[in-house]
Design a protein around this ligand. Structure first.
Ligand code: ATP
Ligand code: MG
Length: 217
């Protein structure tokens, strides 16, 4: 049996064409089914549905042989585990976005940076944010949040947020502006190294099929 860990939503949706290219179709719809283990047309392949942030944990500890996780999630997970137990053979170039700094329009980020002020930053991505501001030599107080980051500058909890941006429409809807791009983000294939040794042929075949089917841009 080969177990692939995916999160519902964009990662699940954007992984489906890659699986199809490998001859695999998931035979249940995760949005209507309550099942967390989904069968495929191939009896030896199954998909497990986990939270996006849990994908690296499942793969690292062998709950799944492989999985698809955003670079954002992998960087935060790696900061705890040093990347141990995860082989990352492929950038799938799906679920693309960027990690950015955003503030209220009336907060002058550039001059706060220039003046060496202490900036309060709320984010789910504490490790990425800490590294980014340390590299720039900017003093920050980091506040860990688990969601709805946009609210932080609007309520006075923080001056800025570090969050994922794709079209910018969520920021715009909350009257925030993107003031700095930190890094481009896409989703990666992650593989459990022990599984790769034990099930080399079928896992290799899957990786190769994914590679041939990658979006070109
Ligand atoms: P939840 O929404 O259940 O709290 P989550 O926010 O981690 O969990 P998703 O919103 O489905 O889950 O995001 C999963 C992954 O998709 C992220 O880790 C990131 O790599 C990518 N992603 C997140 N937001 C965007 C976006 N706006 N555009 C493109 N990709 C994104
Ligand atoms: Mg989300």
């Amino acid at each position: 049996m080969i177990t692939l860990a995916l999160s519902k939503g964009r990662i699940f949706d954007e992984t489906m064409p890659l699986l199809a290219a490998a001859g695999i179709t998931v035979t249940e719809d995760p949005e209507t089914s309550r099942k967390l283990i989904l069968a495929t047309n191939r009896p030896e392949v199954r998909v497990v549905l986990v939270r996006a942030t849990d994908v690296p944990t499942y793969v690292q500890f062998g709950g799944a042989d492989l999985g698809v996780a955003g670079l954002d999630v992998l960087l935060e997970h790696g900061s705890e585990w040093g990347g141990a137990g995860l082989y990352q053979p492929l950038d799938l170039r799906i679920a693309k976005c960027r990690m950015s700094v955003a503030t209220r329009a009336d907060f002058d980020y550039a001059s706060a940076v220039r003046q060496g002020s202490r900036i309060r930053v709320a984010t789910k991505y504490v490790s990425v944010a800490r590294n980014h501001f340390a590299d720039k030599g900017v003093h920050v107080d980091l506040i860990k949040l688990y969601g709805s980051m946009e609210l932080a500058p609007l309520t006075g909890l923080a001056d800025a947020i570090v969050d994922l941006v794709s079209t910018g429409s969520t920021l715009r809807a909350n009257q925030l502006v993107e003031v700095e791009q930190i890094m481009p983000i896409s989703s990666r294939l992650v593989v459990n190294p022990a599984a790769l040794k034990l099930k080399r042929e079928p896992i290799r075949a899957l990786i190769d099929a994914f590679e041939r089917a990658l979006p070109q841009d």
